[in-house]
Design a protein around this ligand. Sequence first.
Ligand code: ZN
Length: 138
Amino acid sequence: MKTYRKELYFNTSVRRQFVNITPQVAECLAESGIKEGLCLVNAMHITASVFINDNEMGLHQDFETWLEKLAPEQPYSQYHHNGTENNGDAHLKRTIMGREVVVAVTGGVLDFGPWEQIFYGEFDGKRKKRVLVKIIGE
Ligand code: ZN
């Protein structure tokens, strides 16, 4: 069995952003040379997510609105976690949107369903953060 590991780096210019990372993950898969197996992609930070959904701007705005209703960023004083930092909302948003995705690798490509794309969800950005790509198979 072959294994492949790579870290991708992101540094968003705004606090919250969704980034389509499908091309970078596909590049990792090509680099790995693995044709049949599994591809794990996970955020390495507890205020960021990796998730799969549609690459459609309206939906991304809906996610932002929905997440702000569930866990509004402000007032910062509403979260017990806040004090030395103000990212209580980002931890909650990350939990809802998930830590990782696993995609099947078939015939050397990511075996997606219709319209599926992989996104990095940043909820406390403006700093360098990592995503892990681990691929196993043959
Ligand atoms: Zn925190």
